[in-house]
Design a protein around this ligand. Sequence first.
Ligand code: GAR
Length: 262
Amino acid sequence: MGKIRIGALVSGGGTNLQAIIDACEAGRINGEVVFVGSDNPDAYGLERGKSHNIPTFVLDYKEIARRYDEGSEGLVPEDFNLNEILKKQTLFSVSEEPAKLTRFFSIRAAAEGALIREMSPYSFDLLVLAGFMRTLSPYFIDKINFAPLDPRIMNIHPALLPAFPGIDGYGDTYRYGCKVGGCTVHFIDYGEDSGAIIGQKAFEITPEDTIETIKEKGLRLEWELYADCVRLFAEGKFKVVRKLYNLKGGRKLQRTVVEIVS
Ligand code: GAR
């Protein structure tokens, strides 16, 4: 296999992006980062990209939401089908207020349509979310993934999923009183941090730990884990399979999982 082309989206400091860039440059990953995009004009991750001569762009989600609320025309892409998205998404429960769902997914599609336009000059094999703090809707995901069993959007999450999805994985781990914390790399699906798990690393939490020390311990492991998972992807070592389990009481559980092939 030749070098894979990796696109990256960041919202903040971009230390995970740095780990991936470094692993590519050192030859540990047979790949190269071909763009860095952000929803945050001040994300330091953009500077990291620039300093490695990687093209960058910013897509201001907040500005798009503001224009949508002002009633600006032509923001929502023509191929956006609200009913189809509502059927697919698992970010919100079906009992959620319809007006809230309409607004959320319309703004998302407006931002994601613009994001896709920004990304379109670059072909890529894998899209890594490296501290990208926006959920992706089915509108975007279906345009990036080749097929349900051939996903290509990866995320790193600061907790041992499926525990503590959401925006503050290490904080939630700490406040719960967990004795072990960790991080997870997974593929993106239509839910929040619910896609097939690729890899995880764990660390011990001692009585001396604070939220800050937990974040430090976790981030160090994230850098190793993310680079490892991207390397395995580049080596074609994943198989994504659908499993069907028979549970007690005749219940059935279907789950999409990642198998690492040697
Ligand atoms: C990391 O801890 C990552 O796991 C987390 O944001 C941080 C980004 O750090 N991501 C999420 O919480 C995604 N929901 P970085 O910008 O230094 O890579």
